[in-house]
Unconditional design. Structure first.
Length: 319
C-alpha cells in the first residue's frame, strides 16, 4: 500500500468521524423540541394524557436543560479529547494493517518465486518465444501436406491467429500450421506421423470454448474438423443418428427438422458435436434432457498414436 493510499484512508475515516460528531451535536441541541413532538403525538393518539409519560417527559426536559447549561468550552474540550483519542486509535490500526500487508507480500514472493510458471498463465514474452521457436521444418510440412492434400494445409497468418484463440479471455497463441482433414483415415495418418516426430496436435472445432484449450502454447499443428460435417445416418424409429465430428448442433437440428426429432443439448454457441463431446457440454435443456454425456451412445476415437477405437463397439447404436 502506497503512502497516498494510506493518507486517503485516514482522511476518509476522519471525515466519517467528523460527520458523526456533528450529527451528535445537532441531535443534542434539538432534543427538547423532539421531546415536545413525541409527547404531543402520544397524547393525541390516546386522547387522555398519561401521567407517567408526562412525568418522564419532565425529567428528560430537566436533564436537557442541565446539558444545555454546560459551558461551551466544556463541550468543545470533551469533543476534542474524544476526537484526539480516536485519531490515535485510527493511526495505530492503519500502521498495523500496512505492516501486515508488507509482511504478507514479502512471504508470498518468497514462497512462490521458486515455483515453475504454469503453461496457462503465460506472458507476452512466452507467447513471442513460442511463436518464434518452430518445430516444423519444410520437409515435415511437405509430409503433412501429402497426407491431407495441398488444399487442406494453411500457413496464412490470419488463419493461424484465428486457430490460436477461442472465445475465452486468454490471448491468441497461434499454431505453426492448420490442417483440414476430410475423413478418419487422414486423421489416423496425421496423428501417427505427429506421434512419430513428437509434434503437438491441437484439435479445433468451431472455437466457441472458453477454456483456452485451442491455444498452441507448445507450438505444433491445429487439426480443424470443420470439413468433416456430414450427417451420415438418421434412424427415426430408434431416435438416434450418426454424424461426423464437424457437424454443429444447429446444423443437426436443421437436418432433423422434417423428421419430428431434435437434438436437445444447446450450449448457446454454434459448437460442433465433436467439441461438445470432448468438453462434456451442457445447456439450457440439461435439467430435462441431460448433458452431452447422457445423449452420446457411441464414439469413434482416434488415439494419439493413430489407433482407432469405438467406445461401445463397432457399429453399435446403444450402450
Amino acid at each position: 500500500m502506497s503512502f497516498k493510499m494510506w493518507c486517503c484512508l485516514c482522511s476518509f475515516h476522519l471525515t466519517a468521524y467528523m460527520q458523526h460528531v456533528c450529527s451528535k451535536v445537532r441531535e443534542m441541541h434539538s432534543m427538547s423540541q423532539t421531546n415536545k413532538i413525541i409527547i404531543f403525538f402520544t397524547c393525541s393518539l390516546n386522547s387522555i394524557p398519561d401521567q407517567n409519560l408526562i412525568h418522564n417527559y419532565s425529567q428528560e426536559r430537566e436533564q436537557t436543560k442541565a446539558i444545555c447549561r454546560r459551558p461551551l468550552s466544556f463541550i468543545r474540550c470533551s469533543v476534542i479529547t474524544r476526537l484526539f483519542k480516536d485519531l490515535i486509535k485510527l493511526f495505530c490500526i492503519q500502521f498495523i494493517f500496512i505492516s501486515l500487508n508488507f509482511f504478507a507480500l514479502k512471504m508470498f514472493k518468497k514462497c512462490f518465486s521458486s515455483l515453475p510458471r504454469s503453461s496457462l498463465f503465460y506472458s507476452k514474452n512466452s507467447i513471442s518465444n513460442s511463436s518464434t521457436s518452430k518445430l516444423l521444418t519444410q520437409s515435415l510440412l511437405n509430409d503433412l501436406q501429402s497426407i491431407v492434400g495441398s488444399n487442406n494445409l494453411s500457413l496464412n497468418k490470419q488463419v493461424l491467429l484465428s486457430h490460436g484463440k477461442d472465445e475465452g479471455h486468454y490471448p491468441s497463441v497461434p499454431p505453426e500450421a492448420v490442417l483440414f482433414p476430410e475423413n478418419t483415415d487422414q486423421i489416423q495418418n496425421l496423428l501417427s506421423f505427429c506421434n512419430k516426430h513428437s509434434i503437438p496436435v491441437i484439435p479445433f472445432g468451431s472455437g466457441t470454448g472458453l477454456e483456452g484449450g485451442v491455444n498452441a502454447v507448445q507450438g505444433g499443428i491445429s487439426v480443424d474438423v470443420s470439413r468433416m460435417n456430414q450427417v451420415i445416418q438418421v434412424n427415426r424409429d430408434d431416435f438416434d443418428c450418426k454424424v461426423e465430428a464437424g457437424v454443429t448442433w444447429r446444423d443437426l437440428n436443421t437436418h432433423l427438422r422434417d423428421t419430428g426429432l431434435w437434438f436437445p443439448v444447446d450450449p448457446g454457441a454454434s459448437a460442433t458435436l465433436g467439441g461438445m463431446a470432448a468438453t462434456g457440454a451442457s445447456g439450457t435443456n440439461a435439467v430435462r434432457y441431460g448433458t452431452m454425456k447422457s445423449n452420446v451412445l457411441n464414439l469413434q476415437v482416434v488415439l494419439a498414436d493413430g489407433r482407432l477405437i469405438h467406445t461401445s463397439g463397432n457399429n453399435t447404436r446403444c450402450r
